[in-house]
Ligand binder design. Structure first.
Ligand SMILES: Cc1cc2nc3c(=O)[nH]c(=O)nc-3n(C[C@H](O)[C@H](O)[C@H](O)COP(=O)(O)OP(=O)(O)OC[C@H]3O[C@@H](n4cnc5c(N)ncnc54)[C@H](O)[C@@H]3O)c2cc1C
Length: 273
């Protein structure tokens, strides 16, 4: 599989990248780790006239803890996240999530900003950003994760807008992310994340990975939890209201059964009421 022809430009700075994208027109694309974009090009699902390579912009590769938030540069690679001592201390869920992304090659090249911009509903950080109420900083604005994902591989990003940073609140309260896949290097068939509130024992957030066209929360299941439902009740509500898609990994019934089981385990792990 050979990609269609494109012009290539290696950006020297964030401003330089934005100018190049603007000059390249609305079909020009940023290239970060290339782990999703290059396969898309090889399958000829997209044919941008210009790729603006931002992969060498080291200023966007960092993890910082800033009082009550963890700030992660958009070009931080999965491997850097999983091995960051700062992150493991402040937000272990994110470090663990990075450890479970793809295989060693993908973790060495792929970036957190690339996962969010690609907006695959199987993208682990997409769900984690919703679960933890993250904010996505771009060259133009700050966007709440709940407003960022708009549909099947669609975000609200403009064509010349780059993600520069992701801000996660330092997590307060028990949380977990359980991901089911056939082989270690596979994407999630289904994933379920749960974040329980420390302030309100009857509140929790539940996020679903690869359970529909886009990543989502499970508001009906969250309500059942708030109303004092058991882990089984919450699990049943999550499965009943989800709309997973049938694919080679399984049919809808199988995926709903997985949503129920993973939700039950996750709720039990963070402490069912
Ligand atoms: C075999 C395999 C297994 C994988 N398994 C998993 C998995 O288990 N979980 C998971 O979450 N992911 C998985 N991935 C995807 C991987 O995490 C990629 O790193 C990610 O999807 C894209 O990141 P990237 O840096 O490679 O972005 P690229 O491929 O370079 O870009 C992807 C898209 O994002 C845009 N983009 C990139 N960076 C920015 C930015 N800063 N601002 C605006 N737009 C930007 C690009 O223009 C492009 O449209 C897997 C990939 C492969 C090949």
């Amino acid at each position: 599989m050979i990609p269609p022809q494109f012009e290539y430009y290696r950006a020297q700075s964030v401003d330089d990248a934005v100018s190049a994208l603007r000059a390249g027109g609305e079909d020009a694309k940023a290239l970060a780790g290339g782990m999703s974009l290059i396969p898309v090009l090889k399958m000829r699902m997209s044919s941008p006239p210009l790729l603006v390579d931002i992969g060498a912009l080291q200023s966007l590769n960092y993890v910082r803890v800033d009082s009550d938030q963890v700030c992660v540069g958009a070009l931080t690679r999965h491997r850097d996240l999983m091995s960051s001592a700062v992150l493991r201390d402040a937000l272990p869920l994110l470090a663990d999530t990075a450890y479970d992304v793809g295989d060693a090659q993908v973790r060495a090249r792929g970036t957190i900003g690339g996962v969010l911009a690609h907006a695959d509903s199987a993208g682990d950080y997409c769900m984690v950003s919703l679960l933890l109420d993250a904010h996505i900083v771009t060259t133009d604005r700050v966007i709440a994760a709940q407003d960022f994902f708009e549909g099947f591989m669609e975000t609200c990003l403009g064509s010349d807008e780059l993600i520069t940073e992701i801000r996660f609140p330092v997590s307060r309260g028990p949380h977990t992310y359980i991901k089911f896949r056939r082989r270690r290097s596979d994407w999630a068939v289904i994933g379920v994340g749960v974040q329980r509130s420390l302030d309100d024992a009857r509140a929790c957030r539940i996020g679903l990975t690869n359970a529909g066209f886009t990543v989502s929360r499970a508001p009906e299941a969250e309500e059942v939890y708030s109303a004092g439902g058991t882990a089984d009740d919450v699990a049943a509500a999550a499965a009943a209201h989800a709309s997973p898609l049938a694919d080679l990994a399984g049919d809808v019934e199988y995926k709903k059964a997985l949503i129920a089981e993973l939700t039950r385990r996750a709720i039990t792990e963070v402490g069912a009421q």
